[in-house]
Design a protein around this ligand. Sequence first.
Ligand SMILES: Nc1ncnc2c1ncn2[C@@H]1O[C@H](COP(=O)(O)OP(=O)(O)OP(=O)(O)O)[C@@H](O)[C@H]1O
Length: 342
Amino acid sequence: MNEPKIACRNLWKLYGADPSGFLTQHDGRPSIEAIRKDGYIPAVRDVSFDVMPGEILVVMGLSGSGKSTLLRCLARLIEPTAGKVMFETHDMLAASERELIELRRHKMGMVFQNFALLPHRTVLDNVAFPLQVQGVGRREREGRAREVIELVGLKGREDYYPRELSGGQQQRVGIARSLAVGPDLWFLDEPFSALDPLIRREMQDEFLRLQKMLNKTIVFITHDFDEAIRVADRIAIMKDGAIEQLGTAEELVTRPATPYVAKFTENIPRDRLLSVKSVLTPAGSRKPAANSIHVDTMLTAVARRIMTDDASIDVVDSAGVLVGTLDRATYIDVLYGQEPLQ
Ligand SMILES: Nc1ncnc2c1ncn2[C@@H]1O[C@H](COP(=O)(O)OP(=O)(O)OP(=O)(O)O)[C@@H](O)[C@H]1O
């Protein structure tokens, strides 16, 4: 059985006069109304989840919903008010300052939206910097830095200064720097939000390419649903410090747990997320037509045929058995929101 890389249980972070005392007064589970009434700010509210090795968990939510605070509580850059965070076998909230520094230096990588590069150091020195802090000798750290610089596509720019690079290139330096220590766990807080849309997409591709090779465990914050859909294994949607729902993009869209999630996801282009499975009309048992399609086909891939062919389409499973049919009316209703999904 695979153990989670991060397990977080009943995590709270309240801002205000006496958050711990307030939580105790309310048996550790105050309502949002009680929190507001007493003037506390619910930055993180009773959050529990696991992130499995190699998984990309995306955290989404409106501004102020608690995404950054949650991420920082996981690394204990912010002290949670209550709860538990396990990173592998390490109890993060019981760890000493010294252990925390060691864990952050050796096992965690962090990338934030303002790349925070050192302006008077070259690309090579910026990337090698975390290794220098670890006390790694010059030859070894520069060798490692060159490797990750090549990995992020910046070979040849080792001697440039940050001001001589574009925004996207600077962000690559930030990514290379966070990778230099070979972290197991990668925290990314809106890493691409300062970039213009084309470069942003390029960086997402680059990120996915890297992740394919490196297979890190990642917690990734973004405001942008397009970005979330591209990179996430699962998505957590936060509101007022709590996780409203955590699931795959398809689950959030097809089975929203709350009206808030339904509203939050209503503008996601469904054809990119949903497969034929979500729009099947039952069919009896008969021999499927020769031009039938597989049940896992994405809706976007059948758009042309649906629009040009008046007949409904037979849908089969991997064994070639008829599992239902797909017709134009249901397809349009599901995609354009006329029909609740099954
Ligand atoms: N040091 C602090 N003192 C008081 N309140 C704080 C502090 N830091 C954050 N907050 C509050 O906690 C809540 C969550 O903030 P947080 O920065 O985690 O939100 P976010 O979802 O990351 O927002 P954004 O998308 O704008 O970055 C907000 O209401 C914020 O004002």
